[in-house]
Design a protein around this ligand. Structure first.
Ligand code: TRP
Length: 359
């Protein structure tokens, strides 16, 4: 078959515009949509994850949209050798999800590690035959991850994981994938795979859209790069009030006393204002006006209090949940069972479409 039509990897503006329209329609017609998104289990989630994506997932779940959350444990192996803590991190991630309000008991929400859904993984094989090597090599997110990698050898899984991610997304025929900007190339690849499959065999899949969050990116406490645990510039959701205080104290500010909201020229101060404003449900401009000449010291006090007040109930719930191993396991078992039922059906359709059903 011909692998025709270039993958358009540069679609940020289009995705942004489309996200706005989708947001409106999801609110008006939640039953039209099925959401899938996910994370790699590499540690506890931080407040950047919370405001950038978790809060949004909970909101969409609460609208009544079916929500699938894949814990991408296989993906961890693409850029690191360490596997000794995967199970611990799957646990931590699940506890974070539940503490933040994802609720598989009350809603149609399913949480599962993809390694436990074999029928999902099997979709990888036909999907690999629908893309070319050069298309995988050109994926800008993969290129960045390779250049940032400390691995001596880049394993083949690194090039291929976006195809696996297409299996994560397509196995349940989701049509909305809430993600950050860096994941858009993978969504574009997923759409291409769905389209090529449907054209070559017969229509089985929908082409899903990436949904970008409206919250601007939260930077780390250094104010210069993305918040991330490995850069030691993050505040974990589970941090205690004291740990939060300590971390905010390390945050970079600048030498100007009077506090203004000026993201362009004062990114560090702007970032602290934005984080505080999100917690206090106000605007960073207004908050800057209130702090004014009380300076950076006051700004940090405001940020610390805002974070500790906002996250107090989440942290409290987290402590309770963390003790209940049985319960956390039952949540995942339920997610796996549902995921497998759905994946089995899709795989049966795929086999039939490819003429691989037994006679
Ligand atoms: N690649 C994503 C990340 O690193 C995680 C992920 C795996 C994912 N499968 C997914 C995200 C499917 C969205 C949909 O953050």
């Amino acid at each position: 078959m011909d692998i025709t039509g270039e993958i358009n990897y540069a679609t940020f503006e289009i995705a942004q515009q489309r996200s706005k329209e989708l947001e409106k329609d999801i609110t008006a017609n939640p039953s039209k949509y099925r959401v899938l998104t996910g994370d790699r289990p590499t540690g506890n989630l931080h407040i950047g994850h919370y405001f950038g994506s978790l809060k949004n997932r909970v909101r969409i779940q609460n609208l009544g949209v079916e929500t699938y959350i894949v814990i991408a444990d296989y993906q961890v192996l693409t850029d690191r050798d360490a596997f000794d803590r995967i199970s611990e991190y799957v646990y931590a991630l699940t506890v974070d999800y539940l503490a933040c309000g994802l609720d598989p008991e009350k809603h149609k929400t399913y949480i599962f590690p993809h390694s436990h859904v074999p029928e999902l993984n099997q979709l990888l094989l036909p999907f690999l035959t629908l893309v070319s090597n050069s298309e995988l090599n050109r994926n800008p997110t993969i290129k960045e991850e390779i250049s940032a990698s400390s691995q001596n050898i880049i394993n083949a899984g690194m090039y291929v994981y976006p195809v696996h991610q297409a299996a994560d997304i397509l196995f349940c025929k989701s049509n909305i994938v809430p993600v950050g900007k860096d994941q858009l190339p993978h969504i574009e690849l997923t759409r291409t795979i769905a389209r090529r499959f449907n054209n070559k065999y017969r229509p089985v899949f929908r082409e899903p859209f990436g949904l970008l969050s409206e919250t601007p990116m939260i930077l780390g406490l250094d104010g210069s790069q993305k918040m991330s645990k490995s850069r030691n510039n993050s505040i974990a959701i589970k941090s205690t009030a004291e740990e939060t205080l300590k971390m905010v104290k390390t945050a970079k500010t600048d030498s100007e006393r009077f506090i203004t909201y000026d993201p362009e020229n004062r990114p560090e101060v702007a970032n602290l204002l934005r984080i505080s404003a999100l917690c206090l449900d106000t605007s960073p401009e207004k908050l800057a006006g209130e702090i004014g000449d009380a300076g950076a010291k006051r700004l940090k006090e405001v940020a610390t209090d805002a974070l500790n007040t906002y996250f107090a109930p989440i942290r409290e719930k987290r402590i309770q949940l963390e003790k209940d191993k049985q319960y956390i396991q039952s949540i995942l078992r339920r997610g796996i069972e549902h995921g497998r039922n759905v994946a089995e059906q899709t795989l049966a359709e795929v086999r039939e479409a490819m003429n691989m059903k037994l006679w």
